[in-house]
Design a protein around this ligand. Sequence first.
Ligand code: SF4
Length: 234
Amino acid sequence: MSKIDGIRFDDFGGAIASSGGLGARLWPPLDGERSGTGDLGTITLGWLMGGPARGDAFDRHVFACLIAAARAETAATGAPLNHGLGLTPGDTAALIGLFFPHATGLTALLSCDGGSGTDAIEEEDLRDLLLDHRTMGVEEEVWLAAMVARRALRPNHLWQDLGLVNRGELSRLLNRHFSPLASRNTKNMKWKKFFYRELCQREGVVVCKSPHCEACDDHALCFGPEDGKALLAN
Ligand code: SF4
């Protein structure tokens, strides 16, 4: 058993009530948890989406995928759920309460420090870039900016590390909530490459080897396919 930031986990990543619960497991109470973190993410996704419908259907799907992907990591790393999302415990609890009120047991996996985990280099810049280009200016977009910036640190395609079904869902998410920015990706660059180029341009740094993509040696790196297998079974 381990204890991180005030959360107690059993040997399989299940959260244990730290006080008042007499050691009762809060989440997940489902069979199959111990068969692997991928399964745990998929189980979490099904559990989240199986509750009463709240909010916009696409947004709800996206948030469920993000939480499930981060939940799978908590079992493997022991890190608090909100650190995998780049959110404070308060924002994570607000998100769960708004879209998944049947799943408030997940708040047992939040950190007790009030923070969102340590920012990596460029994370704040990407978060700010997204925040500066919100479509509607709603709270959900503040959460999404933080979550996309945190998950962009993971090693897979961004759509995979957000727990989404395919790249098309990421494009839809970015065009829906960060339209002024996403609409600038007119040539369909890989999203991480596009963000990186945008951040460099903001700083006045030229990263391109050529004035024209068509004549550039890095064309395949910037525009290659973002195919792959989804990390969660949807
Ligand atoms: S292909 Fe070359 S010129 Fe085009 S965005 Fe990539 S690095 Fe820049």
